[in-house]
Design a protein around this ligand. Sequence first.
Ligand code: PMV
Length: 291
Amino acid sequence: MRASAPGKLIVLGEHSVVYGHRALAAAVSLRTTVTLRPHEGLTVLGESAIRDDRLDAALALALPSRGYRVDIATDLPIGRGMGSSASLSIALLRLRAALEGIEPDFTWLHAEGFALEQIFHGQPSGIDHAVSASEGALVYRRGKKPRSVSMPPSTVVVLDSGTAGNTAELVAGVAARRPAIDPVLDRLGELVERSLPHLDDARALGEAMDEAHAHLAAIGVSTPKLDELVGLARRNGALGAKLSGAGGGGVVLALCPGGGQDTLRAAQARGIHAFRCTIPCGGQDAHATEP
Ligand code: PMV
C-alpha cells in the first residue's frame, strides 16, 4: 500500500504571517511517497530518504505498532523550507486512513497533521501541512481555517542555497528586531492582500515577489547567497524571485512561466543546484493513495 503528498513553497507572506498577516503558499509537484509492506513483528522503518531522529516517534503516532515495514522516498530537498516533513506527515495519515477505512478529508488531515508536525517542529504555524493536505494554493492566517484560492499553475525554478536555515532562530531574530521593523512586516502583509486578487497576472505576481524579497532582506532574514540567487534568476528570465520559507539558507523561488530554461542553465553553469517544478500542483496527482 502506498500514499504520497506534496511539499510546499511560500509564495508571499513568510514571517509577517507570524504577526497575524495572511500568507500565500502553494503545493509543489514534488512529493514524498510512503510504502507499507506486511512485516512480521513490530512496525519498522525500512529504506528512508528522510533521516531524522524524530521519525520513529512520528511512525509510532501515525501507524499501527505492529505488522508493517515502512519505506520513505521523496523528491523534495530536505531541510530547505519545502515541507518535506509535512508531506511525510500527510502521506502517513493517508495510509492510516486507508488502513482504518476512513475517507480523509481536509479537516481530518489538518487536525491529525498538526499533532505529527509538532513532533518535527515543536510549535509550527500549521501552514506546511495545511498546504500538503490541500494539494493546491492556500491563504493562511494563524489560528483561522485555511482558505483555498484559485491560482493558475505556473512553472517555477527553485534554486538551492546549499544550506539549511533554522526556522526557530530566524523567527526569534525577527522578533528581537521589533518594533523597529513593524512597518516592514505590515508592508509584507499589505503586499499579500494587494496580490491576492491578481494571482492570474504572472507579471504582477513576479513584481510582488521581488518586492517581498526586498522586505525580507530588510527584516534581516536574507543572506548574500540568497540575494545572489535572486539576482541570477532575475537576470536570466524570471518574472520575479524571492527567498521562500524562513530564509537564512533554504531556497529561492523564481517565477518562470515560460519554463525557466535560461534560469536553470545560468544556475547550472555556476554549479548551483536548481530544478523546475509546478505550483500549485493539484491535478490528477491529488489525494494519491494506491492499494
Ligand atoms: O519552515 P519554513 O522554512 O517553510 O518557514 C516558515 C515560515 C515562517 O513564516 C518564517 C514561520 C511560520 O511558522 O510561519
